[in-house]
Design a protein around this ligand. Sequence first.
Ligand code: P71
Length: 469
Amino acid sequence: MNVPQTMGQQFGRRSWAEPWKIKMVEPIKMIDRPARQVALDEAGYNTFLLRSEDVYIDLLTDSGTNAMSDRQWAGMMLGDEAYAGSRNFYHLEDAVRTYYGYKHLVPTHQGRGAEHLISQALIEPGDYVPGNMYFTTTRQHQELAGATFVDVIIDEAHDSQNPHPFKGNIDLAKLEALIARVGAEKIPYISLAGTVNMAGGQPVSMANVRDLRALCDRHGIRLYLDATRMAENCFFIQEREEGYQDKPIAAILKEFCSYTDGAWMSSKKDHLVNIGGWLAMNHEDLFEKASNLVVVFEGLHTYGGMAGRDMEAVAIGIEEALQDDYMRSRIGQVRYLGELLSDWNIPIVQPVGGHAIFLDAKRIYAHMPQSAFPAQTLAAELYLDSGIRSMERGVVSAGRDPQTGDHRYPKLELVRLTIPRRVYTQAHMDVVAESVKAVYDARHAVKGLEMVYEPAYLRFFQARFAPIR
Ligand code: P71
């Protein structure tokens, strides 16, 4: 007879649990399969167009979907809603200086607000912006400002099965080749993200950023960081990189940022809040330009589109996100789901990254051409099976090449099961895993989708699809 085992026992260790308990709950319900079919038809087979009330377990994104702590909620009551000079802004500025180490802070309503500011401030038409794999909104803003984005991530990142521990690293040879081809003066900054969302939440190593700093100094190029999930990146450095095992995540973050010139941030991820973001920098010229642009696009430079209470929640969230036992439970939960699926031989991106499990739709629907949108199809099938909402990260997200107008066919055709922070339990993860298995087992009967409506920008948000019969 099989003796039941706890999670810890299965891995030959004592179990550990989240360093918090739940004091407020939000009911969720599951509608039946015929009702889910109706909802999916109405949404044009696009999970972005579903109503959240029709969703059972929502793994669309970890962005703005976090549960705040009682301290953060208490902070919300201390909002200073003055138009100018809110005390919460100064608290936030202090937190960014203390934990990230940058000199100046420009608040924004969320990450893409900061991407807009840095792109408009630094990019001239005809420039090139190298980065470690594109992110949708980041590249969109760079392109709107007139730049060409160039992917200089290591090759391993484009291979879903490669076990490289730092698949987010920049390939310095690719970067040097670009500099030789276009000239350093055509590169306003390097766009470095930690962890790399589209690669599967893969981290960048401290050695890589150190080398990048030296390269940037040699060529006189700026190095700016997308710090959206940088706290999670630091967990992987602590776990995998020689010399960091005994360093707290907060110290690792401070060191990493010290090699960069500034950062933009979507606080909706790492900072355990529902809205917010910022741009921070050491360069005075960028500070001046961004402080001026922010009043046009976001709001005054001491709130940038956030309410005072929101800035307070971000300031408190920054500190909570950097606690080691919190981060272990955060990444541990993602890993738990990944281990279940791996053990059942369901193809997922390896190694498991920080914020999500990425299902390899290309392998799961090996019989389907990429033009039939395998990842979009898989996300729809998962919703039909169990009401779980996930996100396409494949050819639909990649969009069209601005020069040729053709679909960009990325090597990675993935479905992201994104885990909100402090929201779901281990039992929810079990339900998700079983649903993925059911859809995987039924994979041969599925034919794919065709696109019946396509918007001009960031098409994945609003595109509509119909099943191929
Ligand atoms: C995510 C999001 C939110 C999102 C964005 C676009 C399509 C679907 C969902 C946002 C990020 C991000 C990185 C690395 C900047 C932003 C923009 N991610 N950099 O993963 O992951 O931040 O959403 O606050 O504007 O679901 P913003």
